[in-house]
Design a protein around this ligand. Structure first.
Ligand code: SAM
Length: 261
C-alpha cells in the first residue's frame, strides 16, 4: 500500500467510508431482481430508494439497465448534494435516469413504482406503531398493482447488547460499529459508526442512529396492517438469503423482507 493511498481522518470523506463499509449495491441489485422476478414473473424497471443517503443503490440500479430509472428520497440536502457530485454526475447517461428528491419519505408522490426499498434499517427512526404503519401504507399507495416493497432488519440476542465490532475496510482504515444497549422498556437504541485510521486519527461518531429496535414479528404485522398481502422472509444463511417460514434463534441474524401488494 503506497503512503498516498493510506487514509487519515483529515483526508477521509465520511460518505465514501460509509459506502465502502456497509454497502454492496451490486449484490443488492442482484437480490432485488431475483426476488421480484420470483413473485412477479417480470423484470422491475422503476425503483424508489427511501432514505437514499448517497443514492449508491439508485445509481447502481439505473446503471444496470438502460430502461431502469430510480428516484432517491432523503430529507438531508447535504447528503443529496454529495450524491449528485460523487455518484450521479460520473454516471453520465445513466445518471439522467436518477432523480433525487429532498423530502420526508412519508410525503406523498404522484408517481408509482415497481419497487420501493428501505435498506440499512433506516425506517427504525419511526418509533411508534402508528407512524410506522402510516409510512408503510404510504409506500403501498406508491406501488404499482404488482409492486414490491423490500426492507431489511436484524435481530438475535447479541443485537440487544452494547458491543463494538471493528473491521478493516482497506487503505489503513477500520470501520467501527458501536452498538448501544437496547432499552428493554422502550426498545430505544442509539448506535454509532466511527472510523479509525492507521496514523492513530479517528472520525468519532461519523454517523449516529437513534432508533427503535423493532422485532420481525412486529414489522410483519405492521406491513399486513398497512395492506400488504404477503410478507416473505429471506434469512441470511452463509452469504446467501433463503426463504424461511420459521427459524432457530441465532446470536445475530439479518433478513430481507419482501412485501407484496
Ligand atoms: C442509514 S442512512 C441510509 C443510507 C442508505 N439507504 C443505505 O442503505 O445505506 C439514513 C438516511 O435516512 C435519511 N432520513 C432520516 N429520516 C428521514 C425521513 N423522514 N425522510 C427521508 N429521509 C430520512 C437520513 O438523512 C440518512 O441519509
Amino acid at each position: 500500500m503506497s503512503k498516498k493511498s493510506v487514509l487519515s481522518s483529515r483526508k477521509a470523506d465520511r460518505h465514501d467510508l460509509y459506502q465502502r463499509s456497509v454497502q454492496a449495491a451490486d449484490v443488492e441489485v442482484a437480490f432485488i431482481e431475483k426476488a421480484f422476478k420470483k413473485y412477479r414473473k417480470r423484470k422491475p424497471y422503476s425503483m424508489r430508494e427511501d432514505f437514499c443517503g448517497t443514492a449508491l443503490l439508485s445509481c447502481t440500479w439505473a446503471a444496470s439497465h438502460k430502461q431502469r430509472r430510480a428516484t432517491g428520497v432523503d430529507i438531508d440536502p447535504a447528503v443529496l448534494t454529495w450524491a449528485t457530485q460523487h455518484n450521479l454526475t460520473p454516471l453520465a447517461d445513466a445518471g439522467e435516469r436518477v432523480t433525487l428528491l429532498q423530502q420526508d419519505v412519508r410525503f406523498p408522490l404522484k408517481e408509482k413504482f415497481d419497487l420501493i426499498n428501505a435498506f440499512n434499517f433506516s425506517y427504525w427512526i419511526f418509533k411508534d406503531r402508528s407512524t410506522l404503519r402510516d409510512y408503510f401504507a404510504s409506500v403501498k399507495r406508491s406501488l404499482v398493482e404488482d409492486g414490491v416493497f423490500m426492507l431489511d432488519l436484524y435481530g438475535g440476542w447479541e443485537a440487544h447488547q452494547a458491543v463494538r465490532t471493528k473491521r478493516s475496510i482497506g487503505r489503513g482504515c477500520k470501520y467501527v460499529w458501536d452498538q448501544g444497549e437496547v432499552d428493554p422498556i422502550t426498545h430505544d437504541v442509539v448506535n454509532h459508526i466511527h472510523f479509525e485510521f492507521k496514523d492513530g486519527s479517528r472520525l468519532k461518531k461519523a454517523f449516529t442512529y437513534e432508533w427503535r429496535f423493532w422485532s420481525l414479528a412486529e414489522i410483519r404485522e405492521l406491513l399486513h396492517e398497512a395492506g400488504f398481502a404477503e410478507v416473505i422472509v429471506y434469512w441470511q444463511d452463509e452469504g446467501d438469503y433463503v426463504i424461511r417460514k420459521t427459524s432457530e434463534n441465532q446470536p445475530l441474524w439479518l433478513v430481507y423482507l419482501v412485501a407484496l401488494v
